[in-house]
Design a protein around this ligand. Structure first.
Ligand code: 6PG
Length: 227
């Protein structure tokens, strides 16, 4: 099944989406490690990927060659429960042996501008990624790229203020950074996302639609979110 040229897989529920996503992440890792000796993966924030992260924590993988990045981060203290970096550590990264220096958190506690400037160098050295994971908000946002926001074409990382999804200050990879990847997986679950999925299918210029384009992105949904 397709959505605007993207391969779309619709599964029964969020657990099945997590199962499928875990399998695809592990397969992408195996392929990248075999081909290039390392796997560079960008994590999505929010609640959707947590079930996948918990499954990855149980997986048997060669973690020594995994390099992890974040697609966005909230400008909060490092130990704030709303930090994407903390959620990923608690569900997965603290339970496997990925070398600490290969887990690249966005230093969003420094403030949006300083963190974006610091992370620009990290992303510039890492691209092209092997796999980028993305979620989607009910307004069609992805990472911290929101509808109506101005996005400068040049930078790979941008400061975000006045985000409609709290907290208002964030840091986000830009569309050009997110698209510099061999593969992209968009994970969408829950009935609350169905309206945005329908707007996306109708061709609206949503942030997710600008980033997840045919040829580089696959979509994995549960039935509740399917358009
Ligand atoms: C963030 C996320 C954001 C998220 C969507 C979906 O920092 O908030 O990166 O882009 O992926 O808002 O969030 P849920 O998975 O919680 O629905």
């Amino acid at each position: 099944m397709q959505l605007n040229g993207l391969e779309m897989k619709i599964l029964d529920d969020a657990d099945a989406v997590a199962e499928e996503t875990t399998a695809r992440v592990l397969a992408a890792a195996e392929q990248a490690i075999e081909a290039r000796g390392a796997f560079h993966l960008v994590l999505t924030g929010g609640s959707t990927p947590i079930a996948t992260y918990r499954r990855l924590a149980q997986a048997d993988a060669d973690w020594s060659t995994w390099h992890l990045y974040h697609g966005d981060e909230r400008c909060l203290p490092v130990d704030d429960v709303e930090r994407n970096s903390l959620a990923a550590r608690e569900a997965w990264l603290s339970r496997v042996d990925i070398p600490a220096q290969q887990i690249h958190d966005i230093p969003a506690e420094q403030g949006a501008e300083a963190a974006a400037a610091a992370y620009e160098a990290v992303v510039s050295a890492a691209v092209p990624f092997d796999l980028v994971l993305l979620g989607m908000g009910e307004d069609g946002h992805t990472a911290s790229l929101f509808p109506g926001q101005e996005v400068c074409p040049g930078p790979l990382v941008m400061p975000v203020h006045d985000a409609p999804k709290p907290p208002s200050d964030r840091v986000s990879l830009t569309p050009s950074a997110l698209c510099r990847t061999r593969r992209m997986l968009v994970l969408v679950t829950g009935a609350g996302k169905r309206p945005a999925m329908r707007r996306w299918r109708a061709g609206e210029g949503l942030p997710i639609a600008r980033v997840a384009v045919a040829g580089n992105a696959d979509l994995i949904l549960d039935r509740a979110a399917a358009p």
